[in-house]
Design a protein around this ligand. Sequence first.
Ligand SMILES: Cc1cc2nc3c(=O)[nH]c(=O)nc-3n(C[C@H](O)[C@H](O)[C@H](O)COP(=O)(O)OP(=O)(O)OC[C@H]3O[C@@H](n4cnc5c(N)ncnc54)[C@H](O)[C@@H]3O)c2cc1C
Length: 427
Amino acid sequence: MIVPVQTSLDIPAATSVVVIGGGIVGLTAALNLAERGIPVAVLEKGHLAGEQSSRNLGWVRKTGRHISDLPLSVESDRLWAGMPERVGADVGYRKAGIMYVARTKAEMEKHENWIGSAGGRALDSRLLGAGEIDRLVPGGAERWFGGIHTPSDGRAEPTLASGAIAAAAIAKGAVIVENCAVRSLVMSAGRVTGVMTERGEIRCEHVLLAGGIWSRRFLGNHGAALPTLPLVASVFRTAAMEGPTEMAVGAADFSFRKRADGGYTITQRGALFAPLMLDHLLIGHRYLPVLKAEWKNVRLSFGRDFLRDLSMPRRWQGGARSPMEQLRMMDPPVNHGLNAEALRNLCKAWPVFNKAEIKQSWAGMIDVTPDSNPVISPVAKLPGLTLASGFSGHGFGTGPAAGQLAADLITGSTPIVDPSPYRLDRL
Ligand SMILES: Cc1cc2nc3c(=O)[nH]c(=O)nc-3n(C[C@H](O)[C@H](O)[C@H](O)COP(=O)(O)OP(=O)(O)OC[C@H]3O[C@@H](n4cnc5c(N)ncnc54)[C@H](O)[C@@H]3O)c2cc1C
């Protein structure tokens, strides 16, 4: 799905840092390391950005973020703005703004509370009345209670960004290999000294695990715990069309954003699909506070995913075939019912979307932590391993800064932001 990149066919025998996972986080970490002259190899079990990093909505957002995650998103905005020059390609970044609209007083209170707690951080977010919403996004047919608007938020193109970042990392000396799963870590004298891949061993000093939804299983095989649960979101895009605005807009039951190809990317924002798996039974209780607040938005299903998940081992020998080879690319089925719901709700709000022609639908599986913040942290139990995973559905926007923070932790440089909100031991 992303712009193709000329990657390597062979793995190196040794390098300084091995990055497991060629999503936006692993790739930006690799770009950072390569820019610092550090030998780095990225190993991707399938295709670059084949999972979350090409399937996301492309929102680059500060609005509504956890307050402790704001410094990372502010830094990421800066990095996105400089990305075209840095990688020598357009990544579709536009500072076009993000707006959330509220139908009810209760929804509006959430925005008011967030703006109150974010106050003093020099953000340009502000609350809106119904009249301002009509002025900013004309042609609406719903009467909104109010909204929130952050002009400095924006968007980037998932299908352009990861490829461009990978190509730039390669140009700076990174080795990137696709179709090469890492089966396990190689340990010696109590620390990581390499990785065992499906094509043999690579010796290294540090490993960065940026494996998205797979990081939990990979770590579990080494006796380390990372609580993440999977959620599935379905998305579709339209053909190029005249729409009401350049900014991205989210309501309780739909969201839309303009694409670089002139179409719109749309989803049912208020409905996440939770395919029940063994992990829900094992760690689901840790999510009860979030579930209590969001239960109306989560739709549970039980069936094929449960059995498929059970068929994949949780423990395997270092050199043995791993679950990551059993499923090269997580490509969950699209929930067309939810997509249809999103379009119906959107058409009621902005009738111009009655003209939308659906060009493509897809789904993506998101790795969610109990507090919805990622982990970007050394793993104390496995010296030499750094983890960057659990981005909980908002790691594309912060990807560039998250990758840099991971590179800072590995090299012992001054971190781009205070890393303490992202410690593994908080979970
Ligand atoms: C539908 C959807 C909408 C979203 N919308 C937004 C949005 O608008 N804004 C936003 O900020 N975020 C959004 N997100 C979240 C965002 O896409 C993710 O947080 C981000 O892409 C995570 O990047 P990553 O590199 O951590 O993981 P991924 O992109 O999932 O990459 C991990 C990679 O690791 C590989 N891998 C795993 N284990 C191994 C192994 N052992 N060996 C080799 N390779 C391995 C996988 O194949 C995968 O390619 C959305 C996500 C989805 C699914």
